[in-house]
Design a protein around this ligand. Structure first.
Ligand code: SF4
Ligand code: SF4
Length: 378
């Protein structure tokens, strides 16, 4: 069943989740940008904001309507709650002549993620596959993931750097959610369509102040979602992209992009699917305890490819090529799916505006020509 919630009844969703003891995590405005943090009520959402995104550019601006979800994604991802940036795996404590191993069993609240976009659901599915379904399970991820309730929001205004339609991951959430909302703002009415994807979602829906959606309301939602598909800020031709990148290992375009790339690693840190980590051991000065800590890392650092006496990827060219080729080609061989969901974050948050879609296009167009394709900004 699909329910209709009038704008004033959106709070009933927050109340229903809170009464089931969920900690609510959702978008809010902080330092003029969108962050994912604890929220209490619908009023905490960035009401009346839209985002302007382009290569190396992000602005959150006021719009002329009071929609709750007109913006898309910011620099935060849900990964910060599931595959946390900094995790103590275990601690060693001296007990006489021995050491005791103390596992990290810190309590993790039962959380509801509010406002998860279709591309982000696919990113979570990718990390589930890597971190839970492979030969080695990430137990910290498993603990954080197990009680998550996902309230998806269908994107009616894709951002300037979005290309989920090209990647087949959006803008409508088709799976992986407990509840999914579509916000509809008309001249004289502002309401939400809400559908469930799981039994847990169904149970929550029973406590909402809605009524069953009619044909007109369902058709209105279908119309705006169709419209959204045609409003993507970016597009990438994915046909044979894996083979294209493998064939073009020596394409001179990699030199061109390397001249711009700062190797800052921003693109990997904002990416919802990147999972590179480093392990650090920190010991106390008294030598009576030590911690083993897992931290996010980036394949753009020289140290990341350090193997016995030296780094494998010593040039900026090698590191950018590795990142892009992994995302769109070798990830498919490794995990049976693309490593990119088309959220556009790596384009928006790249300080020099390097654009994955533009790089793929340039490689495709230059293939076999043996010439350097000058970037349009150069
Ligand atoms: S590679 Fe870029 S567009 Fe693709 S999922 Fe990562 S951040 Fe999003
Ligand atoms: S592509 Fe952009 S964000 Fe990524 S490392 Fe290079 S400069 Fe930084």
């Amino acid at each position: 069943m699909i329910l209709v919630l009038e704008k004033g009844d959106l709070q009933s969703l927050f109340d229903a989740l809170t009464s089931e003891k969920y900690q609510l995590i959702g978008p809010r405005v902080e330092d003029a940008a969108l962050v994912y943090d604890e929220i209490i009520s619908a009023d905490d959402l960035p009401v009346g904001y839209v985002d302007e995104q382009d290569g190396g550019k992000y602005r959150l601006v006021k719009s002329d309507r009071d929609a709750y979800f007109d913006y898309v994604v910011g620099q935060h991802t849900w990964k910060r709650y599931l595959y946390a940036p900094d995790v103590t795996l275990y601690e060693l404590k001296r007990t006489g002549k021995n050491f005791e191993i103390v596992e990290n069993k810190s309590e993790i609240p039962k959380r509801a993620f509010i406002g998860v976009r279709a591309c982000e659901i696919e990113a979570i599915r990718i990390q589930d596959k890597i971190l839970l379904e492979g030969p080695y399970k990430d137990t910290d991820y498993e603990r954080r993931r197990q009680d998550i309730l996902i309230v998806a929001v269908n994107c009616v205004h894709p951002g300037g750097t979005c290309f989920c339609a090209s990647m087949g991951t959006g803008p409508r959430a088709n799976r992986g959610f407990d509840l999914a909302l579509t916000e509809i703002v008309e001249d004289s009415r502002h309401y939400f369509l809400i559908e469930s994807g799981t039994n847990t979602g169904e149970k929550i829906m029973k406590n909402l102040k809605g009524k069953e959606a009619g044909k007109d309301e369902i058709e209105a939602a279908d119309r705006i979602m169709k419209d959204a598909e045609n409003k993507m800020g970016r597009h990438v031709d994915t046909a044979g992209v894996k083979e294209l990148l493998y064939r073009n290992f020596e394409n001179s375009r990699w030199e061109v992009v390397a001249q711009r790339c700062l190797n800052c690693g921003n693109c990997t840190l904002v990416c919802p699917t990147c999972f590179c980590i480093n392990i650090e051991d920190i010991s106390s000065l008294e030598a009576d305890s030590a911690q083993r800590v897992r931290k996010w890392d980036s394949c753009f650092t020289l140290d990341h490819s350090y193997i016995y006496g030296g780094s494998v990827r010593t040039s900026a060219k090698a590191r950018y090529r590795q990142w892009l080729t992994h995302k769109l080609a070798s990830w498919i061989d490794q995990f049976g799916m693309s490593g990119c969901v088309g959220c556009g974050r790596c384009i928006t948050w790249c300080p020099v505006g390097i654009d994955l879609t533009e790089e793929v296009r340039a490689i495709r167009e230059s293939e076999g020509k043996g010439e350097i394709m000058a970037d349009k900004e150069e």
